[in-house]
Write a protein that binds this ligand. Structure first.
Ligand code: AMP
Length: 141
């Protein structure tokens, strides 16, 4: 039952659906017909990015067969772009989904030794000035 509710096209209370709809702002990195990437508002590391499907799916595993390959290709495109721009080989990633119930993949440029999942450390909020500057540097649209 919950699954059916989670698979609706858009959830009015979903923060990522609101970003897709342009109802709340984001520091946009990449956009195409089906996917959007933007900076995480509470980054673990500089350039922490979230890649999402525009349509609301609860989990990455709920994307249909025809989109899942495109999804990974978009993540790869962004990761390789970051490798060039940020001059690092290390783009870490994870799929979690605890806080926001809309499928997303985290990308972390050069997070070696900088991420501790537990205990969850308090992260700072990205200011609009920082976010704009960074997004301009990393943007791939
Ligand atoms: P999780 O669901 O645990 O994989 O994490 C969700 C991520 O979304 C967290 O890292 C949050 O900082 C991030 N987040 C939540 N709201 C926003 C927002 N409005 N803009 C950008 N990132 C967000």
């Amino acid at each position: 039952m919950t699954k059916q509710l989670d698979l609706v096209e858009s959830k009015t209370d979903c923060v990522f659906c609101k970003i897709v709809a342009g109802e709340i702002p984001c520091f946009k990195i990449y956009e195409d017909e089906n996917f959007l990437a933007f900076l995480d508002i509470n980054p673990w590391v500089e350039g922490h990015t979230l890649v999402i499907p525009k349509k609301h799916y609860r989990w990455v595993w709920d994307l249909p067969e025809n989109l899942i390959g495109q999804y990974f290709a978009v993540c790869r495109k962004i990761a390789n772009h970051y490798r060039q721009v940020l001059k690092t080989e290390f783009i870490m990633s994870y799929i979690y989904g605890w806080e926001v119930p809309h499928a997303h993949i985290h990308l972390f440029p050069d997070a070696r030794g900088k991420i501790a999942m537990y205990p969850k450390i308090k992260r700072g909020q990205l200011s609009s000035e920082e976010g704009e500057k960074l997004a301009k540097r990393l943007r791939l649209i």
